[in-house]
Design a binder for this molecule. Structure first.
Ligand code: 9MG
Length: 259
């Protein structure tokens, strides 16, 4: 999954792709490099970020979705927590809704249930503006798995079949470095929940903390984490550096599956 931020303040590309033309060029490049899914986001979820209003998010996201649909550039995911944006994205041809809020908003849940798109349910403690202030868990792995199971049940009860559901432990979303490590160590247990697992580790601040590297210097660390996650059963890697990540995933596939 290639990351396509169409926000002026997203955390790792500094809004470089905020202009429509450069967003589309970047999407083309990620597609050529082997991304099979492109995740379009019009509201930053970086720690400390503030929400944007629905009109602004629609203006940013929908033209990109329409372009990707018309250009048949693989599968389109839309990263949003707002029911109105979900509805418009689905009507414009999105294949997946990636909700960092795991469809906890009733309208969001109903909107996805009233469609046939896939959904990604991500764990987040708190909200982006404050989530890194003081994250706390009794047992992070157990708490995250319990939350994800509850959200799967809520989706199934609302009419979203299991074959449409992807889960994600939400690395960096209300988690300390040690919480992120515990989740990575236990990632096989998250895979055993039985849904495909998505992991977003690319350029995240846990790499900055570990390696003392700026955002632009985290490629090797991102590939190491992606490789670790994929070799332990993660199905979808959310990445900024698509060509390099696809190479790494080919190696993992060749070794683990023998091709
Ligand atoms: C939008 N976004 C930023 N980081 C993410 C992550 O780790 N997972 C998912 N599903 N979405 C993310």
């Amino acid at each position: 999954m290639g990351v396509l931020n169409v926000t002026p303040d997203s955390f790792s590309d500094g809004g470089q792709f905020a202009e429509l033309d450069s967003a589309l060029a970047h999407a083309q490049r990620m597609y050529r490099e082997g991304a099979t899914l492109i995740d379009v986001g019009g509201e930053s979820t970086r720690p400390g970020s503030r929400p944007v209003d629905v009109e602004r998010e629609l203006e940013r996201v929908i033209p990109v979705v329409e372009y990707l649909r018309d250009a048949r550039m693989g599968l389109i995911s839309v990263d949003t927590s707002k029911a109105e944006v979900m509805r418009a994205a689905i009507d414009s041809g999105a294949h997946m809704i990636n909700d960092v809020n795991a469809l906890r908003d009733e309208q969001a849940l109903a909107t996805c249930a009233d469609s046939d798109v896939a959904v990604c349910l991500m764990h987040m403690q708190g909200e982006p503006r404050t989530m890194q202030e003081d994250p706390y868990y009794d047992d992070v792995l157990n708490d995250v798995i319990t939350f994800l199971r509850e959200r799967i049940d809520a989706c199934v009860n609302a009419g979203i079949s299991r074959d449409r559901i992807v889960i994600d432990p939400g690395f960096g979303f209300g988690k300390t470095l040690e919480h992120n490590f515990s989740l990575l160590r236990g990632i096989e247990q998250i895979c055993q929940v039985g849904q495909p697992v998505l992991a977003g580790l690319s350029r995240k601040s846990m790499l900055g903390a570990l390696l003392d590297r700026s955002v632009g210097e985290r490629l090797a660390g991102s590939l190491a984490l992606a490789t670790l996650a994929a070799s332990r059963g993660v199905s979808i890697i959310r990445a900024h550096d698509v060509a390099e990540t696809v190479d790494a995933m080919q190696i993992v596939g060749a070794v683990t599956r023998g091709h």
